[in-house]
Design a protein around this ligand. Structure first.
Ligand SMILES: [Zn+2]
Length: 460
């Protein structure tokens, strides 16, 4: 018999064939799902139905694939701004419903298991790229009280299907690393506990063993980037409740990867995680894993920033000192432009030797220089930078962001100060010459001409 590693690497080799091209990047909305389902209904007679309406009246769908006796319930985008799993799920459905040289693998899977997939549980949140639903409720804290229609639908569906396995699919902050090191936690896994004592019963032990098998497989693809999610008991969460109901529940979180803000590489790894889960459940090979290996998976640690500038010389009140500066990008959804912008905030200042950055720069020998303001608006961006200017007074209408490496304001003068939780705007100079420009948390090396991929802020 073929080993899973062999099967998964050959399927990943053909991944582009399965990758659903109508969804790309972090913004995935209800219309994407609806169009996908309509298209699939025509092309591959995909079996799906509506199982209820969201608070704002959008349909929530359930897709059924396979005819095996082991029942698996999966739901994604319970948090509207977490779409990596939705994209991976569509890729998985494409893989399972196509016909090619991998027919034997998909036949084996669909003969053993039946999948019940809710591809977007929170379409109202997805519409505005929000974690919460239209009532502002976090659906994953609503398993007990079920005040949101989405939570009620999920619980009802679970009761009707009575699955053997449940997959709770999410995205996590890029700020997690896998253990105490610089490697980002690209996928983190959890077998949710069912009580405060974190006891292990038969169904939870099945989840743990399955997670060990996923961990081992993904470690071959991206060594050091797989972690175990914090297992504190949360009585209001779905995973913990389903676990309590005797269903083997698995939480999967997509995390960060260098230079992958849209999480498209992460999507491929997520697809591999789902595929491995199905293979392991189908041929029961997860049962051979050792329970204690679950505890050996590195823990998710929140010690990663987007950027750390080390050993910056900072002057204050006539004196100077050396300090590290950490920068973290907060995301904001612009509904008019249907685009995500960021604020690059100073997250911490001081000795950050116990933290890591996706990007790190040793700035020893460079002095931090605060930016200047100007009302002049007929010179080039380079001229602004060369003159130490990062704030330009200019009326430019009702927008909040600019794709240029500069900040604009019209009436409210923003603070140019260096402070925790304020956007990072400063220069780094040596021998009184500006070398680096830090604009809204993005670093530009004035010696290199690279297209600016970030954004500045437009203040009111
Ligand atoms: Zn989530």
């Amino acid at each position: 018999m073929q080993t899973h590693s062999y099967q998964i690497s050959s399927i990943l080799y053909d991944y582009e064939k399965y990758k659903e091209s109508s969804v790309f990047g972090r913004i995935v909305k209800y219309e994407h799902i609806r169009n996908y389902l309509n298209k699939s209904a025509e092309q591959s007679s995909l079996d799906f139905k509506s199982i209820g309406l969201s608070y704002e009246g959008r349909e929530i769908h359930l897709i059924k694939i396979g005819k095996g006796t082991t029942k698996i319930l999966l739901w994604s985008q319970m948090h509207g701004d977490e779409s990596t799993s939705t994209r991976a799920i569509l890729d998985l459905i494409n893989f399972l419903t196509m016909s090619d040289e991998n027919n034997q693998t998909r036949k084996d899977i669909l003969h053993s298991v039946t999948l019940y997939i809710i591809p977007m549980l929170n379409p109202d949140g997805a519409e505005i790229f929000s974690r919460r639903n239209a009532q502002l409720i976090d659906i994953n804290r609503d398993a007990l009280s079920q005040q949101s229609p989405e939570a009620e639908i999920l619980y009802k569906t679970k009761n009707e299907i009575n699955p053997d396995f449940a997959f709770n699919l999410h995205d996590q902050s890029p700020g997690y690393s896998a253990g105490m090191n610089y490697k980002s936690s690209t996928i983190s896994l959890l077998a949710p506990p069912f009580n405060h004592q974190l006891e292990v019963n038969e169904s939870r032990s099945r989840s743990m063993k399955l997670i060990v098998s996923i961990y081992k497989e993904l470690t071959k693809l991206i060594p050091g980037h797989i972690a175990r999610y914090d297992d504190e008991f949360e009585p209001r969460a779905f995973g913990d409740n389903f676990s309590n109901d005797g269903i083997s529940t698995i939480l999967i979180e997509a995390g960060g990867w260098t230079n992958d803000p849209e999480r498209e590489f992460v999507r491929k790894i997520y697809f591999a995680a789902l595929l491995k889960s199905l293979l392991s459940i189908s041929d029961l090979c997860y049962q051979k894993e050792k329970l204690e290996d679950y505890d050996n998976i590195p823990e998710n640690k929140e010690i990663l920033y987007d950027m750390i500038l080390r050993n910056v010389s900072i002057g204050k009140a006539g004196k100077s000192f050396y300090s590290d500066i950490a920068i973290k990008h907060e995301t904001y959804y612009d509904s008019e432009r249907n685009k995500i912008y960021t604020k690059g905030l100073i997250a911490d200042i001081g000795d950050l030797s116990t933290f890591f950055g996706y990007e790190e720069f040793d700035m020893f020998g460079y002095n931090l220089q605060l930016p200047k303001f100007t009302t002049q608006n007929n010179i080039t961006i380079n001229d602004y930078h060369n003159n130490g200017i990062l704030f330009v007074k200019k009326k430019i209408g009702k927008i909040n962001w600019t794709e240029q490496p500069i900040n604009f304001y019209s009436t409210l003068k923003p603070s140019p100060e260096l402070d925790v939780d304020l956007p990072a705007n400063f220069f780094l100079s040596t021998c009184n010459k500006i070398r680096y420009i830090v604009i809204n948390g993005y670093l530009i090396d004035s010696n290199k001409s690279i297209r600016f991929n970030g954004n500045g802020i437009v203040y009111p």
